[in-house]
Design a protein around this ligand. Structure first.
Ligand code: ZN
Ligand code: ZN
Length: 151
């Protein structure tokens, strides 16, 4: 029997009740917890800091799993990864492009406030044979607390 145009057949019941494998359910749940932990403004924790908080909600989670899932989320563009040679990677729940400040003494990382950015496109470059999709900028210096301690 042909259905009139625009009318779609109802899906068979068993299709609606297909269960996701347990491993995928667990992964989804873990990533949701990670995103909840990262959902704070101006906060850039290391994977270890995230791990210590996540463990309270998911006691059996391993540090390796936290690392793996944070990397997957940053590759998807759901979160931002702040990478720097020689230091621990930090993560940021804010996926929109923004700049960072880093204190060379305490290692803390902050967002550059929007009002501090006075230029429009600081890196308006075209490189032949390379497609630019973005850029990262990290300002280095000393935070007020560390400056005070130095005096
Ligand atoms: Zn500092
Ligand atoms: Zn940030």
């Amino acid at each position: 029997m042909r259905l009139p145009i625009g009318v779609r057949p109802a899906r068979p019941k068993e299709y609606l009740f297909v269960k996701m494998p347990n491993s995928i359910q667990r992964m989804t749940r873990q990533r949701r917890i990670l995103l909840d932990v990262l959902d704070r403004k101006n906060w850039h924790p290391t994977a270890e800091e995230v791990y210590h908080i996540v463990r309270k909600q998911a006691p059996r989670i391993s540090l390796g799993t936290v690392y793996r899932n944070l990397d997957i989320l940053s590759r998807q563009g759901t979160i931002t990864k702040i990478e720097e040679a020689g230091t621990q990677r930090r993560y940021d729940g804010n996926p929109t492009p923004h700049y960072h400040l880093k204190c060379l003494d305490c290692g803390e990382v902050w967002d550059v406030p929007d009002e501090a950015v006075t230029w429009q496109r600081p890196l308006d470059v075209a490189i032949p044979g390379f497609t630019i999709t973005g850029h990262r900028l990290l300002f280095e210096g000393y935070c007020a607390r560390c400056m005070e301690e130095r005096q």
